[in-house]
Write a protein that binds this ligand. Structure first.
Ligand code: AMP
Ligand code: ZN
Length: 111
């Protein structure tokens, strides 16, 4: 499958790695939307949250890793976790990922 995040998970495309375990990895977004902008992705391909909804254990793990990443990156003052789903949601990479945004006061608007 021609999926950029599968390629990152396989080590075929480099990333600025923050965290890795057997199920997932976290790395810095290439085009940050906040002073700190990380992505948490499962190693296995799921198109989106909608397609992974039948795997709550995985989703819980990914959210836990978002919190670990926030701690690692020093976001004690707060942060935001976002996942975009589908065209209307603004999803551009069709491999499930959670954005972890922080390092500054974020807009009160969600998007
Ligand atoms: P979304 O629009 O929610 O699908 O988010 C996709 C995110 O992936 C965007 O914030 C991109 O900047 C980011 N992105 C795309 N390619 C890469 C890459 N090679 N390394 C890191 N982040 C990437
Ligand atoms: Zn993928």
């Amino acid at each position: 499958m021609d999926c950029i995040f599968c390629k990152i998970a396989a080590g075929e495309i480099p990333s600025k790695l923050i965290y890795e375990d057997e199920l997932c990895l976290a790395f810095h977004d290439i085009s940050p939307m906040a002073k700190v902008h990380a992505l948490v992705i499962p190693k296995a391909h799921h198109d989106s949250l909608q397609k992974a909804a039948d795997d709550p254990a995985l989703l819980g793990h990914l959210l836990r890793v978002c919190a670990i990443v926030a701690e690692t990156l020093g976001l004690a003052d707060g942060y935001r976790v976002v996942t975009n789903v589908g065209e209307n949601g603004g999803q551009t990479v069709a491999h499930l990922h959670f954005h972890v945004l922080g390092g500054e006061k974020l807009s009160e608007k969600l998007a």
